[in-house]
Design a protein around this ligand. Structure first.
Ligand SMILES: Cc1cc2nc3c(=O)[nH]c(=O)nc-3n(C[C@H](O)[C@H](O)[C@H](O)COP(=O)(O)OP(=O)(O)OC[C@H]3O[C@@H](n4cnc5c(N)ncnc54)[C@H](O)[C@@H]3O)c2cc1C
Length: 726
């Protein structure tokens, strides 16, 4: 009595007839509306009375929302497997991860050999985590340098059909599923199971899909022969409807009764995926609640999640909780793997925070991305860490509100709101953390706590500037500002005299009213004769005259080479990131310093660095204003007197540091979000005493085993030995 543990699902197997051509779409939509899980089309290129299944599926994907969509590819020799791979991946992307497929039956040994080759090719095309193109010197389908991808949305299983012995053996050796008729199933199971076992696989890796006609007895297929998916082979809407309304509910009840006393069975991951697992991770012990969204190196989604925006990584497991309770479970799993690298990720723009690693665990919070309005009169909102700042801006813009965050809409709430938040409105409205009124955090021991000025105020103090050391923040309550449209100026200025320009720009913004915040960026110097600076400025006003009056003095700072000035909502200014997944590589070299003034000495040193190629991206952000209204001891973001935040990205650590070290004495602390130097001395730059000692005390209390250590770990080299933690 085999039971492979697959969830019982139902589908329809349709002929995509040409007469009328919309029939397949209608039947697919009917199937979806009746609750079927899968619609499978026969792909028979030799039949003029059928539509091309792939084209029809694309059309159907656009008119359905939930149902999986598959093609049953017949006549393999008329198809190119590399093309099937790309069609599948494209359909999967367009349908948000709903593509499935099966190879139709073959008979001769020669055809089975071709099928084996075709499977390898399709899998290689879908395996975007591997580098390079696909070359397979096959006898039937030689492939030379075929492009992988596009990267599908989910791991697409390969199903085979047919009852010939070699096909069944092949299914046992390599397939993810087998499709056959009710009559074929018992014998097929026996062959598939023994072939699977003989090649080191678990029989439960292969799901059993049975095609049935209305009226076939169903219960034995499921209970005695382990069928996981039942496919009704019919193009008749009345039959499809009756089966959904009568046969399926009755079968579910009968199966539940028959299995009531059986232990739960979880199907095994395919051996080829298990082969990619990393040492030391108890994959089979992942809590059930986290399994559905967990991603490991063999999964298709791995390529989307392995790296962050700037860094490459190859973690062993990515857990994606959806609730604070699931975060607690993920943390418990991380505690059990304390010796492995551990990273926390909201939306993966960490620079100081690594948010990826090699061989370890990641808790990725992107599924927790809600933005809620709590109270319109007090302008309170609640935001989860996996939201991006452009999502927050868009959600509150209809209320005439905005919350100063950063300059890039793709940055995550979690990373920025636990560190500071130096954004487009910082001089007028302060740091993002200054708007925080409450937070929910999950600690290393799994407890879920609320914290605010009145509830555990010390923890609340620490979260606002050093949150990554304390736990995983699962929601933030903010009080936001009434902000209408703003002036948005994007200028390119002549900065050939780099030092002179920096001082003039610094003096302009230092003397500008608080409603004006400006960020200045210089790239690599391409020619000794010319240097440009991008000056991006937001003026918190929708009055054209005010905007012009704020910008006018810039004309005296340097020659304006290009300008674009508009009046837009803050949400429009922030809508500047794409949805593309992160493909960071390597490990960036970035340094941060805070300045009270752009002195001639600093300007000269910065000029030497840029001219000498020490930095390819050099940015100064104006701060000051409202940042300094908050006392330094009020939050763990202590360096509040600074008027400028300086950031330099270098081509290499040594090249950048050679110039940066010259400037170090001129800085008054740093903003940790832009610092990649992990030496213990940097801790005091970020958290001048008594803040560091206070953080260390709180760390001992809230995270005594130093589980959270991927971002400005306050125990680094300071008291970790004393505490006996690594
Ligand atoms: C293109 C770009 C533009 C930026 N612009 C600005 C800017 O204008 N202003 C500014 O202030 N900063 C800016 N930053 C820095 C940014 O704020 C930080 O890198 C921030 O950590 C990114 O947040 P994230 O959630 O996307 O990052 P992640 O990589 O997901 O997280 C970074 C680190 O934050 C910690 N962390 C993340 N989520 C949580 C959580 N829920 N609870 C506790 N700790 C958590 C972890 O230690 C993690 O390693 C920018 C960064 C980039 C790459």
């Amino acid at each position: 009595m085999p039971y492979y543990g697959h969830r019982l699902s139902f589908g329809t197997l349709l002929d995509p007839v040409t007469d009328p051509p919309e029939r397949a779409v209608e039947l697919a939509r009917l199937s979806e509306s009746l609750g079927y899980d899968l619609v499978m089309l026969r792909d028979e290129p030799h039949r003029p009375d059928l539509l091309d299944a792939w084209t029809a599926l694309t059309w159907i994907a656009g008119q359905t929302e939930r149902v999986w969509l598959g093609a049953m590819v017949q006549r393999l020799h008329r198809r190119l497997p590399a093309v099937i791979g790309r069609q599948l991946a494209s359909l999967d992307l367009l349908s948000s991860g709903r593509a499935e497929f099966a190879f139709g039956p073959v008979e001769s040994l020669n055809e089975v050999e071709a099928l084996d080759e075709a499977i390898d090719i399709v899998r290689a095309i879908l395996d975007v985590a591997e580098l390079g193109t696909v070359t397979i010197d096959g006898r039937h389908f030689p492939v030379m340098g075929a492009q992988r991808g596009p990267l599908p949305q989910h791991t697409i299983p390969v199903w085979l059909s047919g009852s010939a012995l070699p096909v069944l053996e092949l299914a046992g050796r390599t397939a993810d599923g087998w499709i056959g008729t009710a009559a074929e199933l018992p014998l097929a199971n026996a062959v598939i199971d023994s072939a699977a076992t003989a090649s080191g696989r678990e029989p439960s890796e292969i799901s059993r899909i049975v095609t049935v006609q209305a009226g076939d007895p169903l219960l034995p297929l499921v209970i005695e022969h382990g069928a996981g998916i039942i496919l009704l082979d019919s193009n008749d809407p009345a039959v499809i409807e009756r089966f959904a309304r009568e046969a399926i509910p009755a079968l579910r009840v009968a199966v539940d009764e028959a299995r009531a006393d059986l232990p739960a069975v979880v199907p095994a991951k395919p051996a080829r995926m298990r082969a990619k697992r990393r040492e030391g991770i108890a994959y089979d012990a992942i809590p059930i609640t986290l399994q559905a969204h967990a991603v490991e190196p063999g999964d298709a989604a791995y390529a989307r999640l392995r790296s962050n925006y700037l860094r490459g990584g190859s973690p062993g497991l990515i857990l994606r909780p959806g609730t604070p309770e699931e975060v607690a479970e993920a943390i418990a799993f991380a505690r059990e793997h304390r010796e492995l690298p551990f990273s926390v990720r909201s939306r993966g723009h960490g620079i100081s925070g690594r948010s990826t690693n090699d061989g370890g665990l990641i808790v990725d919070l992107r599924l927790m991305n809600k933005v809620e309005i709590l109270d319109e009169t007090t302008r309170r909102i609640r935001v989860q860490p996996g939201a991006r700042w452009m999502d927050v801006a868009a959600a509150i813009e209809p209320y005439g509100w905005a919350l100063s965050s950063g300059d890039y809409g793709g940055v995550g709430v979690g990373g920025l709101a636990t560190a500071g938040g130096v954004g487009w409105l910082v001089r007028e409205h302060g740091l993002t953390i200054d708007h925080m009124r409450k937070a929910q955090i999950v600690l290393a021991d799994g407890s879920i706590l609320e914290t605010s000025e009145t509830e555990r105020p010390d923890l609340f103090w620490a979260i606002r500037g050093a949150g990554a050391n304390m736990g995983i923040v699962t929601s933030f309550d903010f009080e936001v500002d009434p902000i209408g449209q703003v002036g948005w100026a994007q200028l390119v200025l002549d900065a050939t005299d780099i030092a002179g320009f920096l001082q003039a720009w610094g003096s302009w913004i230092d003397n500008a009213p608080r409603d004006t915040t400006s960020f200045m960026i210089m790239g690599q110097q391409r020619s000794a004769r010319q240097m440009y600076a991008h000056v991006l400025t937001v003026i918190d006003s929708d009055d054209p005259e005010t905007i012009v009056s704020r910008l006018q003095p810039l004309a005296d700072v340097a020659r304006v080479l290009q300008q674009r000035i508009s009046i837009e909502t803050y949400a429009d200014v922030m809508a500047n990131a794409s949805d593309h997944y992160h493909q960071g590589q390597g490990d960036p070299a970035v340094r941060s310093g805070l300045l009270n003034q752009i002195t001639p000495e600093f300007a000269e040193a910065a000029s030497r660095m840029i001219q000498g190629g020490g930095s390819y991206f050099f940015q100064i952000r104006s701060m000051g204003g409202a940042v300094a209204d908050v006392p330094p001891e009020a939050t763990a973001f202590v360096n509040r007197s600074a008027k400028f935040s300086v950031v330099a990205f270098g081509p290499s650590r040594s090249r950048l540091n050679a110039y940066w070290n010259e400037m170090t004495p001129l800085f008054d602390g740093l903003y940790l979000s832009f610092e990649t130097d992990t030496s213990p001395e940097r801790l005091l730059d970020a958290f001048p005493q008594p803040a560091l000692s206070k953080l260390q005390r709180l760390k001992e209390h809230y995270d005594p085993t130093n589980l959270f250590r991927d971002n400005f770990n306050v125990l680094t080299g300071v008291r970790s030995e004393e505490l006996g933690v690594r």
